[in-house]
Design a protein around this ligand. Sequence first.
Ligand code: UDP
Ligand code: MG
Length: 139
Amino acid sequence: MSVERTLSIVKPDAVGRNLIGEILRRFETAGLKIVAGKLLRLTPERAQAFYAVHKERPFFAGLCAYMSSGPIFVSVLEGENAIMKNREIMGATDPAKAAPGTIRKDLGKDVEQNAVHGSDGPETAASEIAFFFRPDEIF
Ligand code: UDP
Ligand code: MG
């Protein structure tokens, strides 16, 4: 294990339900440090760029419309094994299949509006962090 950084997004459904603080609290309680953060709204084009890996998937259009439908809170989480630790705290993609106590189980609405995004590996973490943050915005 080593100290890693990963990108987290509180998605529009969760921002709209006043859940930013509840979600960040879970990361901090688990020992992850928030080393960058901001509220912003993606344009549809920026959402398509962020999720380009999924562009052939049937859910892509709906996902990009949803992710650009309102503000999101993006942050960089840092800590031991941060990438997998964040994925564990988030839970499975579909809230109905997520383990008890995970963010998606407790707070997600459905398989699309599932409250949070988290990078899935070291390469995507690096590219997703750079998508949203300049080096001087990360502490
Ligand atoms: N998604 C969806 N329908 C699906 C699968 C995924 O709308 O059947 C959305 C959901 O918001 C998910 C995102 O697309 O978080 C990215 O999918 P991915 O498979 O990368 O899941 P994640 O890494 O977010 O768990
Ligand atoms: Mg993913």
